[in-house]
Design a protein around this ligand. Sequence first.
Ligand code: 13P
Ligand code: SF4
Length: 347
Amino acid sequence: MTISADPMSPLKRVPPLHTAVDVSIANDPEIQSLSPSALLVGIERLRRQRQAVILAHNYQVPEIQDIADYVGDSLQLAQHAQKSASGVIVFCGVHFMAETAAILCPDKRVLIPDPDAGCSLAQSVTASEVRAWRQEHSGAVVVAYINTNADVKAEVDYICTSSNAVEIVASIPTDQEILFLPDQFLGLYVQSRTGRRMHLWLGECHVHASIRPEDIDRLMNRYPDADLLLHPECGCVSQCLWRLAEGELPADRTLVLSTGGMVRHARECISAVDIVGTEIGMLYRLRKENPSKLFVPLREDAVCSYMKTITLKKVYRALRDDVYPVEVPTDIAARSRDAIERMVAIG
Ligand code: 13P
Ligand code: SF4
């Protein structure tokens, strides 16, 4: 399977984040004086005082997952934010996820403990690039993956997540030209599942793009009976689909899943070993919830440095100092809300 490069979209490769030392935390005498257990007690006290809810993505570091009220994938977190009765949401994930919660919950205060928690994929497309792409293809509809910034979401017709991208594209009338952004690998996967031809933006996530077919061969040789769970952003997905069709990979044991789908699969399936192709934080939750199973990462170095910027100290600071509020300009929120609500409702 090949990607036909759209002239508007040369490959958009955004380098990973190199985290600088957070000076304000390092110079905060109160936070620096807290022992690990005092920090946990402090978070609990502040959480109750502020009647806040702590939401965490499946890639968060173990200690954040352990204190969260709810851990989930990007769709589940958006749904949970919307349902939550709390007026304050501490969002332990990356910025576009917190923005989505802020758009869905205009009456709640959404805080992100570190504003540098970005996303290389979301940064691979801007709102003005979407407008220009649309002009090149007048009449086309634009489908955006949730991993986009709010001003990009405001320019598009449909928004999807890794768990509902196939359903959303399949629901679009078949004679409609479609522009899909920003992840080329998810786009290829959706094309192969729906049979729809789409114009693909050549963006990628630097973590998942680095997961290659060679990684699968190495581990499938070692664990021939394992289930293979792949996130659709992985750079190996399109080749895996081709190899599935050729019978080179087991059809009943190769699954392309969102991070929430991986959690469900691990719970419900009897496989003794699961090979996991996604960001390494996922492994903590899978192992914690399924202690009798073996989970093997496709790549140990698949680490999202953006996700790892969130720490317990920063969660404490977020609750204590009411930082960092995620505020989306009203016109951008209004223009993106319908598409986000539709995506949340489809589930
Ligand atoms: P999920 O929606 O599957 O949680 O994925 C989000 C993400 O950022 C993957 O890199
Ligand atoms: Fe973005 Fe990739 Fe990190 Fe997911 S893993 S948040 S797509 S940079």
